[in-house]
Design a protein around this ligand. Sequence first.
Ligand SMILES: [Zn+2]
Length: 256
Amino acid sequence: MINRIQPSDIPQAIITPTTTLSAGRGWARLVRGALPRGDHVEVSEISAVDGLLYIEIEGRYTSLTRLDIEWARAESGKICEICSEPGSLRTDAGWMRARCDEHANDDIEAIANVMGTPITNVTWLPISEAIPLRDYLAVREKARRAAIWSLSNAKRLGKLPDELSREETSAAAVLARIRQFDKDFPVGPASSWTVEKVKARVTPSSERHIRLEDIPEPWATRFLTASIGSTICAAGHPLDDWENFLSLWEKENDFD
Ligand SMILES: [Zn+2]
């Protein structure tokens, strides 16, 4: 049995009788950092899902809270769930867990009992392969799109940073945070590609269409999130939409 996170580890959280607290105590610091500061939030679940930290809170999430929670989830793959020392995701027989070398085999018997099979071969898994890539990217890109949308009016009016409304200020902060995420935690084989490189490397399926499966991540998710509401047919997305998306990308993502 591993030592679980206790209510006293997360003073800003409201814990109710229905709250699930099953994640290991090694992640307590990560959980504290992910929950909104100075605000008491009701927590419904803190557990390990696919080897990574999973946090669910009640009520409305701001997009910054959602990003903080996603960030903690990604970081948890590098931190031992038991002792908080540097670790890595390990996998065996479909089970994944974040452990340091010393604790790699802790609770292995418990897992073997549940599985009904002996566990023989604990291996390492690079984090980018372990995180359900599309889920994670979708959260990041949705937050980015919402922030870009909130800022579009301010941009059109050419507002300076100190002229922004409260909502616009927080959208600018979200956008800056996402750019930092892009740098610190790149996801997808084309994460470092510039717009020019994407233009040069991605080939349309016809003169008028482009297929999502021909676009490497994170660009496919970025494009998909930006083009919600556009018409998609069997041949793919309209090429005009793709070109428009790429030509706007840098302008949209810059707000300093
Ligand atoms: Zn450990």
